[in-house]
Design a protein around this ligand. Structure first.
Ligand SMILES: C[S@@+](CC[C@H](N)C(=O)[O-])C[C@H]1O[C@@H](n2cnc3c(N)ncnc32)[C@H](O)[C@@H]1O
Length: 280
């Protein structure tokens, strides 16, 4: 990877996607707890990258981003490699219900790389609440959203994101493989799917949930093992007894963060989250 010429602070930018669990609101608390430059001498890893709010804020010199979601990883790769092609393609989309469902029905793998990335941005900006959800066949199934005049092509954000992503390694895959090569002095920020505040059947029965109790336990083990190798890690999760049990022995700070996407119709509520560190 190459060193950037421009100081990272001047490259800070906004996420290009609306993302459930996006970290924009928790950013000040995260920034306060970053490892000092003495401890963080190497690269940056974000293995549950989602909307990448933390990466786009920090714009570290050497970064490796990854996620299980192939559409997300593909989008960031296209933004990095051909942002002008993507901006040009976004110009052909329309904000229209029938058009939305036609684009939603397309199998992304049949599209060109640019069209596939453009479809992801279009759906994210026009679907209900910017949610990302797929059915059992892996097809996107979020309904049309209620926006009056959404920005279908966030040109400035895309160009800024492309500058931030220059030279960044981007990969699809599981979090454990993504951090396998992290070494002493590197810093990892983990933002996994959260443990539900009230455990649901799909969470506790790990055969029917993609990130259930077993995955949370595996993640806690990876977090602890990285610490033993001198890799500094920060993790966000919900403030639940399971999370406190899994990370007992590490530094756990409770923080209150307003929830971005509310499902209970009561509007935005502050919910308890924790930030866990394996360094002082
Ligand atoms: C809470 S979101 C991340 C939010 C993000 N950091 C942000 O600021 O917007 C969790 C992410 O984990 C990803 N994910 C789920 N299971 C995974 C796994 N086993 N390995 C890597 N990523 C996974 C999802 O695709 C999702 O993007």
């Amino acid at each position: 990877m190459v060193l950037r010429e421009v100081p990272r602070e001047s490259r800070s930018c906004e996420p290009v996607l609306k993302w459930a669990g996006g970290k924009a609101r928790l950013l000040p608390e995260i920034v306060k707890r970053l490892p000092s430059r003495k401890l963080w001498t190497g690269g940056y890893f974000e293995p549950f990258v989602g909307g990448a709010a933390v990466f786009f804020h920090l714009v570290p010199a050497h970064a490796r981003l990854s996620d299980w979601n192939p559409e997300l990883v593909h989008l960031y790769t296209v933004i990095r490699d051909d942002v002008e092609g993507l901006i040009a393609d976004l110009g052909r989309h329309m904000h229209d219900r029938t058009y939305y469902y036609a684009v939603r029905a397309i199998d992304p793998e049949t599209l060109s790389p640019i069209e596939r990335a453009s479809r992801t941005i279009f759906l994210n900006r026009t679907c209900f609440n910017g949610l990302y959800r797929v059915n059992q066949r892996g097809l996107f199934n979020v309904p049309f959203g209620k926006y009056d005049n959404p920005t279908l092509c966030p040109t400035d954000r895309l160009r800024a994101a492309a500058r931030a992503l220059e030279g960044v390694s981007i990969a699809q895959g599981d979090f454990e493989a993504a951090v396998a090569e992290a070494k002493r002095g590197d810093f990892v920020y983990f933002d996994p799917p959260y443990v539900p505040l009230t455990p649901t059947a799909s969470f506790t029965n790990y055969t029917s949930s993609s990130f259930g109790v077993e995955a949370q336990r595996r993640l806690a083990q990876v977090f602890t093992d990285l610490g033993k190798r001198g890799v500094r890690c920060l993790l966000s999760n919900s403030d639940t007894p399971l999370v406190r049990e899994l990370y007992a022995g590490h530094h756990i700070d409770g923080v209150l963060a307003p929830r971005a996407i509310s499902r209970d119709g009561e509007g935005r509520k502050a919910v308890g989250e924790v930030l866990v560190r394996n360094y002082a």
